[in-house]
Design a protein around this ligand. Structure first.
Ligand SMILES: [Zn+2]
Length: 864
């Protein structure tokens, strides 16, 4: 049975799954100084042969054995300093008893001859097949976090830093790209040999190789080559997507107080990549789907953020390396925060503030829906489980809070100190605190204790009233995350000095008087004597602390805040509080905000809030703004209108589907929304909508299949339609463009929850069949679909994926999926499941009995 999903974690699910344990770096026999790979690729046979040479400087004399990580490699021989050595290999580790004298400080050369055929992980061969004849032929690697051992023997943990070189022989029409500088490029019959040399030390997980018939686009920064590699024909798109790289290198070199540390920067766009991007030292790999076309670049900033994120890692991760995965937030949090810093630099402060709010919200939803954990923990099953929204987005929020505590100038000084002191070294979380102390004299241990070493964040409720007789502003601040009776400071209360502002508006300009108040109890009632009544109240001026906040202010103060608070995040919180009033005045205030020349993000949030008010006028006003000039606002309005099923909203969305939109994403949102509208009074529109969406599927193939994926999303909401199901099933067939196919697989989960029992069986059987495909993204989509189902039938497939998938992320999602499904089906379902399992056992028993009888009969035949 699964573990209990509630623990003492204040009602939050536990991060630790059964089988979790503490992880430490291994003892080290010495310092690896250099790793040299020499490989000859046999691309058609998906294999290579070669050698791996490790120069090891022993830390002590008399070492008697070495143990190297190496998974499913074909190890042909091992020698140390030229002397052949015996070895034991169990498919995961090579044990080498050492025959020669090992002396501390005297480097030994360990040479391993090996090969690999169809590697399961680490190095991937991408090739066209019968279903995808146009797929490019490529070879690429992915080491993080513990997969380099699948393509070369090594001490595979980030605590070991060494220089490296990769020499590789490939067919001559291919280009091979790797870390560092190209030191050799020679023709060799029908082949070509490339040798790349990385002279700056780095860990094994950042060693890479990418091979393809790439087109090479040359750019530069400060005389250093900046190169974009894409499949031929995508050169325009490469410029559009990665063209800001040199400006970013300039920006980060200044921000970190350390010029870009490597001899070149290459970005290689590869097919079927299993992450968004990977920051291999000086050679980032990106998924080719990040390549934009003109229309996508209108409202897709993800690619620009991805490019900034991976580039920032060249300092945070590659130059300054984490000593252990448990400290991965140092690099992932910073790379994610660098998306915010770049946004602030390239666009403006408001855009950056909203970007950060988005990061906070993605952490908050993981915290409330999935689990709560300390950012730093070494207790897990596989390190890859740590790569979640706590590590990235909450990590980014922590860096932002450090900046807020220190101020911009001291923050930069801290970053410069941290990077310069730790360049070409490994770091742990304590080193961040040490650098802050060294550079600024500030001790931020209190912040780390509350936000890094334990889970959670404060949930504030702030109530305000004005006492005109005694001229007192009364603020009641409650930390609602602290449950009655069990809260303690080291448990779930937060102790922070929150700036509280009182805004006075004159000629449309707000003057804010700020007082810092220590908020540390579950409930604090605060009185502020004021000469005149403030126009609005701003809790946590600057909104720097990671938190949630619910405002209980009178409507006039909220309206004043929405109009005049200079902080867009405060205005956004105001829209939410205004909507809760639910009256005509609230509708008017939000409508005015939406129709005015407000910052687009505030308009977007106002639209979402307007949609929550159950008054016809709110809907009418929302429909009126469906043509907003900003694509993000249009998309949000369309999403909201999809949940309000009236003839007017239906007509508006339907028209948008028919005529299309400048933005792929708005068009897709309209398709998705329309599919969800055909219930209740709009039930009779179902056939019409299916026709429309089928038409979209037949005619609007295009960039990353965004629009057609929207149509599939729309169909998946028609949970009682067999026609819709049949259409979705058409698009899970092999040969369908991959992004559309993956969307369709996921859609099988959503569409299942209203289908007949017979159709449920069809869906589960289809997903079970798809689960056998080994491609990571297919497995993720299958797990996603099954996790949305409300039938015991889904559990068996999920369990087998949890047990058998080679990927730690898939295993984890499958385990969580089992719990989700169990929760949905509830106790009745659980009993039903037990009954079905019992039936299954009975059946197996009968089968076994039958086979036993057969065997007995046969054995009798033999003996007689
Ligand atoms: Zn990253």
């Amino acid at each position: 049975m699964p573990y209990s999903h509630l623990d003492e974690n204040n009602g939050h699910k536990s991060f630790q799954l059964p089988g979790s344990r503490p992880h430490y770096n291994p003892d080290r026999p010495g310092q690896v100084e250099h790793i040299a790979l020499d490989l000859t690729l046999d691309i058609p046979n998906q294999s290579f042969t070669g050698s791996c040479t490790i120069d090891l400087n022993p830390v002590r004399s008399g070492i008697e054995s070495l143990t190297l990580d190496a998974v499913n490699l074909d190890i042909q021989g091992v020698s140390i300093d030229g002397t052949p050595h015996e070895f034991n290999y169990d498919g995961e580790l090579i044990h080498i008893p050492i025959k020669i004298d090992v002396v501390a400080g005297k480097v030994v050369e360990v040479l391993i001859n090996y090969g690999v055929h169809k590697p399961q992980r680490g190095l991937y061969f991408i090739q066209p097949d019968e279903h995808y004849p146009d797929k490019p032929t490529q070879v690429w690697t992915q080491g993080e976090d513990e997969d380099s051992r699948f393509w070369f023997p090594c001490f595979d943990y980030p605590g070991q830093l060494a220089t490296s070189s990769i020499r590789v022989q490939v067919p001559k029409d291919f280009v091979a790209i790797s870390n560092g500088e190209l030191v050799e490029q020679t023709a060799f019959g029908e082949d070509k040999v490339y040798q790349w040399m990385q002279k700056e030390i780095h860990p094994t997980y950042l060693m890479t190789l990418a091979v393809g018939r790439f087109s090479e686009i040359a750019d530069s920064w400060n005389g250093k080559p900046v190169t974009y590699y894409v499949e031929k024909g995508l050169e325009e798109s490469a410029k559009l997507s990665m063209g800001k790289t040199p400006q970013m290198i300039e920006f980060f070199s200044n921000k970190f107080g350390y010029p870009y540390p490597f001899p070149k920067y290459a970005q290689v766009c590869v097919a079927d990549f299993i992450f968004g991007g990977m920051e291999n030292t000086s050679t980032t790999l990106l998924m080719d789907r990040c390549l934009l076309d003109k229309r996508a670049s209108l409202d897709n900033f993800n690619t620009e953020s991805l490019v900034a994120h991976e580039l920032a890692h060249q300092w945070f991760g590659d130059l300054v390396v984490i000593k252990h995965w448990s400290h991965a937030w140092i690099k992932e949090g910073m790379a994610s925060y660098c998306e915010v810093l770049w946004t602030e630099h390239e666009y403006d402060k408001d855009e950056a503030a909203y970007y950060l709010l988005g990061e906070a919200q993605s952490y908050l939803s993981e915290d409330s829906d999935r689990y709560r954990r300390p950012i730093v923990t070494n207790i897990y099953r596989e390190a890859i489980e740590l790569y979640d929204r706590h590590l990235y987005e909450k990590g980014a929020c922590v860096y932002h809070m450090i900046r807020a505590e220190l101020g911009d100038e001291l923050f930069d000084r801290f970053i410069h100190t941290f990077v310069n002191d730790n360049a070409h070294k490994t770091v742990e979380t304590i080193d961040v605190l040490r650098a802050i102390d060294k550079a600024t004299g500030k001790n931020l241990a209190f912040l780390f204790d509350q936000y890094v070493y334990r889970g959670g964040h404060p949930d504030y409720k702030v109530a305000y009233s004005w006492d005109g007789d005694s001229k007192l502003a009364k603020l009641t601040v409650t930390q609602t995350q602290a449950k009655d009776g069990i809260h303690t400071l080291d448990n779930d209360l937060f102790d922070l000095k929150i700036p509280i502002g009182f805004g006075y508006v004159k000629d449309g300009i707000a003057d804010i008087k700020v007082t810092k108040i220590r908020i540390y109890e579950k409930e604090q009632v605060l009185y502020f004597p004021m000469e005149t009544k403030p126009d609005f109240i701003s809790f946590d001026v600057g909104n720097n602390y990671l938190k949630t906040v619910t405002l209980e202010y009178p409507l006039p103060e909220l309206k004043a805040q929405l109009k005049s608070d200079p902080d867009p995040i405060s205005r956004i919180y105001a829209t939410e509080a205004i909507a809760k009033k639910g009256n005509l005045e609230a509708v008017a205030a939000l409508t005015e905000c939406l129709a005015n020349k407000e910052f687009w993000a505030v308009r977007l949030e106002a639209a979402q809030q307007l949609a929550t008010i159950k008054l016809d006028i709110a809907v009418t006003n929302l429909v009126a703004q469906i043509g907003d000039e900003d694509a993000f606002v249009r998309r949000a309005i369309v999403d909201e209108l999809g949940n309000i099923k009236t003839p007017a909203t239906y007509a508006a969305i339907k028209q948008l589907v028919e005529t299309g939109d400048e933005s792929y994403y708005v068009e897709a949102a309209a398709c998705r929304a329309l599919g969800g509208m055909t219930t209740a009074s709009l039930k009779d529109k179902q056939a019409e909508v299916i026709n429309l969406l089928t038409d979209v599927l037949n005619t609007r193939a295009g960039w990353n299949e965004i629009v057609r994926a929207g149509a599939i999303g729309g169909l998946s909401k028609m949970t009682d339609s067999e026609t819709a199901l049949k259409t979705v099933l058409e698009y899970v067939k092999p040969g369908v463009p991959q992004p559309l196919r993956l969307t369709s697989i996921r859609a099988l989960g959503a569409i299942s929850n209203g289908q007949s029992d017979a159709n449920l069986t069809v869906i589960v059987e289809k997903l079970a069949e798809l689960a056998r495909e080994s491609f990571f993204l297919t497995q993720v989509s299958v797990v996603n679909a099954l996790s949305q189902m409300a039938t015991v039938k889904a559990i068996g497939v999920l369990q087998s994926l949890a047990n058998q998938s080679p990927d730690g992320r898939v295993k984890r999602m499958a385990d969580e999926g089992v719990q989700k499904v169990q929760k949905k089906i509830g106790t009745d379902g659980a009993v039903k499941q037990l009954r079905e399992e019992l039936e299954e056992v009975k059946k197996t028993n009968q089968d076994l009995k039958g086979r036993l009888e057969n065997l007995e009969a046969k054995s009798k035949q033999v003996t007689t």
